[in-house]
Write a new protein. Structure first.
Length: 282
């Protein structure tokens, strides 16, 4: 399946961010600055290496070396997507191969994301960044310009690893400040709303979900604890308390099928629906 998908991308969308499989054409969406940044290439390089697809990996590496340039992004980049696809993909490739090419590219991109943390008084990063100007903004649709839980909560793993292998604590400290701030906030019923105002430091609308907008925040609590070799007891307590609150308030059993599912909350209303991203809570 990986070989089939990769070959289709190479044949019809090489250098673009993703393949439209039905039209057999490339697509480079606006979340990556409307530029041909080869998101599929960077994101898949480590998987190609792990699977022993040597020719395919070398082709990906050569493209990253000769053609990948984050500075060609002419419009705003998603901080979240750029981190998990590019910084994460490059760091994973470096961890597997120890080739400096991947590390140097990861450092360049992470440095370009840092102004998103500095754009708010709380250290909560904004969602979008211009690599041309360093200006960061939030999505207007996100509860009137708030930061999104799953986005600002899904950076620490990559930034922690980057600090560890470079000896530069800048990346780690940005995320630690963010985590400490969120830890101090009052959580309604122990739950984390999906939107946080980065300037007032207060939760926005009370929309709570372990699916879209919330999902990977909880995933990263556990992954960062594991990455730290289970030494951070406070982080473990944070994760455990979050999961207990989710089980107490959002876990239901359907009738008459008796199937377990996680609901959402909007204000004081429980919405009995579940999207595919909820799978991460397991």
């Amino acid at each position: 399946m990986m070989k089939f998908a990769w070959d289709g991308y190479v044949a019809h969308a090489w250098g673009q961010n993703e393949l439209n499989p039905i039209t057999k054409s490339g697509h480079s969406g606006s979340i990556f600055g409307s530029a041909h940044l080869g998101a599929t290439i960077v994101d898949a390089a480590d998987t190609l290496y792990i699977m022993g697809l040597e020719k395919e990996f070398e082709k990906a590496k050569q493209w990253i070396d000769s053609s990948f340039d984050i500075l060609t992004a002419s419009s705003d980049l998603s901080v979240f997507e750029t981190n998990i696809r590019y910084v994460g993909g490059l760091l994973s490739a470096y961890a597997l191969t120890k080739e400096k090419l991947f590390l140097s590219k990861a450092i360049q991109i992470a440095d370009l994301l840092l102004p998103a943390f500095d754009a708010s008084s709380t250290g909560i990063p904004l969602a979008l960044i211009s690599v041309q100007t360093g200006k960061a903004t939030n999505y207007g649709w996100a509860s009137g310009g708030c930061s999104i839980l799953s986005e600002f909560g899904s950076i620490e793993l990559e930034f922690s690893f980057l600090s560890k292998i470079t000896g530069n604590d800048t990346y780690l400290l940005k995320c630690r400040k963010l985590r400490e701030y969120v830890n101090k906030l009052e959580k309604p019923d122990g739950l984390y709303p999906n939107y946080l105002n980065p300037n007032t430091g207060k939760w926005c609308q009370r929309h709570i979900s372990v699916g879209a907008l919330g999902d990977s925040f909880y995933e990263y609590l556990l992954k960062v604890w594991l990455f730290d070799e289970k030494r951070d007891k406070k982080l473990w307590e944070t994760y455990k308390n979050a999961i207990l609150a989710i089980e107490n308030k959002l876990l239901f059993k359907s009738k008459p099928s008796n199937l377990w599912y996680f609901a959402e909350m909007k204000g004081t209303r429980t919405e009995h629906k579940m999207d595919h991203l909820v799978r991460k809570i397991g």
